[in-house]
Ligand binder design. Structure first.
Ligand code: NAG
Ligand code: NAG
Ligand code: NAG
Ligand code: NAG
Ligand code: NAG
Length: 392
């Protein structure tokens, strides 16, 4: 308005009047506190529920038919298509996250993904080669993030193509930090011959490791946290098939109640931990997202929402749940002397469980659609407003 002495420059007092009005309106209007955060990046930590290629790049690549629905090829995800984290990135106007561990084709301008399939919060002795867990437990993911933060800025200074692959320095404080981890800590107990009560008793220790790691990430400048709780593990075929479950332990949805009880106890402790983190780190915003309830709702009322056979794996082989630990999705097995490819079901778009452990793209999208507006969150803020400490 003040450029070149145009006629408009004769109205500074008027424009001052209007800008004062706007500022006043912003202060007085409760919507002021609920403005969009415009997250420029996402940094994600977790397990296979949000791994976009980390384990696949560092151990063995995901095999067909993984990826068939959306990417039309294996894309480092344990699903026929996208994961909830993909839909989250997309809804914030950001590209799908590159895995930190993926040396090929990664672009970290708008964030990085430190999650790997089979990652626990606490280290598990039994490694992947013994059919166990990922060495990239949460503290290792933090170490990788620490290194990413400093080295990405050194590399960015080289300019040119390097600069166009790395996040801006200010993104680290402005980004959304997302977490979906804990399922493998419970799984490690169950598959390590611990009783349900023993695994349950280890929950406080698991959650306190989680809190410590979140604080370390906060110390590196993170301020907006979006934390998924753990899903109903007792509804997944890998538990239903492998664990000693009696008929009386099966609930109305067909899930193994004691295993879900442990998941719910984990979630109770996790929620308490988030309350404590808010007190300890008052500068940060923490959103706790009840993914458990969303997944359980989908499984227990699948037909109502247009899905079918919610406990049966789409891609698998054998038995009531179309799942067998020795015939995984994408494997070739020999049955009565005949070679057989373990492929996917006819309509993954109406199925919930993909391979006995993970969800289909359709289910992941359904979960995303329920959590994006904050209806399952504490505080009940939409994803795009998760930099705020509470809803107005
Ligand atoms: C990386 O992604 C950003 C944002 O999508 C884009 O502007 C940039 O050109 C990409 N870099 C390369 C080398 O493709
Ligand atoms: C669990 O117990 C079974 C039977 O006793 C044994 O074969 C298996 O190796 C044990 N697994 C672990 C992880 O200790
Ligand atoms: C887990 O431990 C908590 C606290 O001791 C207890 O309230 C809960 O009933 C336990 N759940 C199971 C499944 O053992
Ligand atoms: C993390 O877990 C380990 C192993 O159970 C335990 O010894 C340690 O006390 C925990 N650390 C924190 C900070 O909770
Ligand atoms: C394999 O052969 C046995 C014996 O003939 C038969 O009972 C079984 O149903 C066959 N299994 C499959 C998967 O065809």
């Amino acid at each position: 308005m003040f450029i070149m002495g145009s006629p408009a420059s004769t109205e500074p007092s008027l424009s001052l009047f209007f800008s004062t009005l706007i500022i006043l309106a912003l202060i007085l209007n409760p919507a002021f506190a609920s403005r969009d955060c415009n997250f420029p990046a996402i940094f994600n930590f977790g397990d296979s529920n949000s791994d976009t290629g980390g384990l696949s790049a560092s151990y063995y690549p995901t095999q067909p038919p993984n990826g068939e629905t959306f990417f039309h090829m294996p894309a480092g995800r344990y699903s026929d298509g996208r994961l909830t984290i993909d839909f989250m990135a997309q809804s914030l106007g950001l590209p799908y996250l590159s895995a930190y561990l993926n040396s090929l084709e990664s672009n970290f301008t708008h964030g990085a993904n430190f999650a790997t399939a089979a990652s626990p919060i606490r280290p598990v002795k039994r490694g992947l080669s013994e059919g166990g867990f990922s060495p990239f437990y949460l503290l290792v993911q933090y170490w990788q993030f620490m290194q990413f933060k400093s080295r990405s800025q050194l590399i960015k200074k080289r300019g040119g193509v390097f600069a166009s692959l790395m996040p801006k320095e200010e993104y680290f404080s402005q980004a959304l930090y997302t977490f979906d981890i804990g399922q493998n800590d419970l799984g490690a107990g169950f598959f390590g011959n611990q009783s349900v009560q023993e695994v349950n008793a280890s929950v406080p220790d698991i959650v306190s490791n989680f809190s410590r790691d979140v604080k370390l990430i906060y110390d590196l400048g993170a301020r907006s946290f979006w934390i998924h709780n753990t899903g109903p593990i007792g509804c997944l075929p890998y538990i239903l098939v492998n664990m000693p479950i009696t008929a009386s332990q099966i609930d109305k949805a067909g899930c193994a109640a004691p295993y879900n009880d442990v998941a719910q106890y984990f979630n109770k402790k996790l929620k308490e931990a988030v309350v404590q983190l808010r007190k300890d780190l008052p500068l940060a915003a923490f959103t706790y997202v009840d993914v458990y309830s969303v997944k359980y709702l989908l499984i227990s009322q699948a037909e109502k929402y247009g899905f079918e056979h919610p406990l049966v794996a789409c891609c698998g082989y054998g038995g009531k749940y179309n799942y067998s630990p020795t015939a995984g999705c994408g494997d070739t097995i020999t049955v009565n002397g005949t070679r057989l490819f373990v492929g996917s079901c006819k309509r993954p778009s109406v199925r919930v469980i993909w391979d006995g452990i993970h969800y289909t793209e359709a289910a992941n999208r359904w979960v995303f659609d329920r959590i994006v507006d904050g209806k399952y969150s504490d505080p009940p803020l939409p994803l795009r407003m998760a930099c705020h400490k509470k809803a107005m």
